[in-house]
Design a protein around this ligand. Structure first.
Ligand SMILES: Cc1ncc(COP(=O)(O)O)c(C=O)c1O
Length: 383
């Protein structure tokens, strides 16, 4: 038979699938893949049933169920003083992942360069390379995951079509500062590029850190596509409802591509999230308290064990350092940990292409029930 697509040579089974399969086959406690192992709030599923029973069961319009787009428009206006027209500038996607792929498909030509910070969420590089784009990596390094200004400048050129940002950042838990975003903005404008800003953890920030949508930075709104998702915020990752917010002409291009990718998104789930987002102000304090409690619990356990880690400012991940814990690289360490302690973490070196720094860290997901976290913490002391 003839060869399959040459793009496949670059891709392998994702590390998340691999580690979750290992957790299942060995019975280890899974703090790997980024989703809650407990139920999200019951009002969300109640709205889904209401949507089904009210007959919201046929194809939604391709750009999305209008009340959901309107709810998002209100949120951006009220929380961030950003105007997005629900009719022309907000599009609903099958999770953030499809939003990222559709946007890259709409913007990137073969040979275009795309600036990506590493460690990266794995769909960015795959989506860029499937379009024939060329990733240019900038490392977030050291104990604070900062980037080097010179390295950032060198990553840009006349061929730069796009920069992909993710704040709050998976896997590090970093929140990009206004100064960092200002530096990126100056280069984006100098080289006349676009920005994809993946903000799926927008409501999960801790301590005094606050999320600023990247389109709020002076000069960026007209060239930025903000992408987010209901999955993380409401703890229903399997429903896969996300969105892209962008100026009218960019939105039109994204809508054109996604017409032939998924066409439209699950209608009752869109109905449910349109209701949930209208009530988000009542829900957020409880959501943030729940996850902060889990973050503090895992940080205390790491302190007690003497592990060093980056105190996450956002997301539901902690990057723990292997310095002083093990001389093994991240992949070997994670395998050894499953064998000796029965706990699954994610080895993050797969999220780096340029630097070797990933080998010295592991990613821990704390979006798990207190019982799961306690069990993992007890087992960790066995290592
Ligand atoms: C940074 C980041 N972007 C996007 C996604 C995927 O979002 P969705 O499930 O809405 O496709 C994830 C999920 O882990 C993520 O961590």
């Amino acid at each position: 038979m003839k060869e399959k697509s040459e793009y496949l040579n670059k891709f392998h089974e994702s590390i998340f699938a691999k580690m979750s399969a290992l957790a299942k086959s060995t019975g280890a406690v899974n703090l790997g893949q980024g989703f809650p192992d407990f139920e999200g709030p019951s009002f969300v599923s109640k709205y889904l049933i209401e949507g089904v029973q009210a007959g919201h069961n046929q194809y939604a319009p391709s750009p999305g169920y209008l009340p959901l787009r309107s709810a998002l428009s209100e949120i951006y206006k009220n929380r961030y003083q950003l105007e997005y027209c629900p009719e022309t500038e907000i599009s609903i996607t099958t999770g953030a992942t499809e939003g990222i792929f559709s946007t890259i498909t709409a913007l990137v030509n073969p040979g275009d360069e795309v600036v990506i910070f590493e460690p990266f969420y794995d769909s960015y590089v795959a989506s860029v390379e499937m379009r024939g784009g060329i990733p240019k990596f900038v490392s977030l390094g050291g104990s604070e995951f900062n980037f080097d200004e010179g390295e950032l400048k060198n990553a840009f050129s006349g061929k730069t079509k796009l920069v992909i940002l993710n704040t709050p950042h998976n896997p590090t838990g970093k929140v990009f500062s206004d100064t960092e975003l200002g530096l990126i903005r100056d280069l984006v404008i100098k080289y006349d590029s676009y920005v994809i800003s993946d903000e799926v953890y927008e409501y999960l920030t801790f301590d005094d850190h606050e999320h600023t949508p990247v389109s709020k930075i002076d000069g960026l709104k007209e060239r930025t596509i903000v992408i987010s998702s209901a999955g993380k915020t409401f703890g229903y990752t399997g429903w896969k409802v996300g969105w892209c917010l962008a100026p009218r002409d960019i939105s039109a291009a994204i809508r054109l591509t996604r017409q032939y990718i998924t066409f439209s998104v699950n209608t009752p789930a869109q109905y449910a999230f349109s209701k949930c987002l209208t009530e988000i102000d009542n829900y957020l304090p409880e959501f943030q308290k729940l996850y902060d409690g889990k973050r503090l619990m895992v940080m205390k356990a790491l302190d007690d064990l003497g592990w060093r880690y980056f105190r996450p400012r956002g997301t539901y991940f902690i990057m723990a350092s292997l310095e002083g814990v093990s001389d093994l690289g991240d992949v070997d360490f994670c395998m050894d940990l499953i064998k000796k302690a029965g706990v699954v973490f994610i080895p993050p070196s797969v999220f780096y292409r340029k630097s070797n720094e990933g080998k010295r860290w592991v990613r821990i997901c704390f979006a798990k029930s207190d019982q799961t976290l306690k069990s993992a913490i007890d087992k960790l002391s066995l290592y």
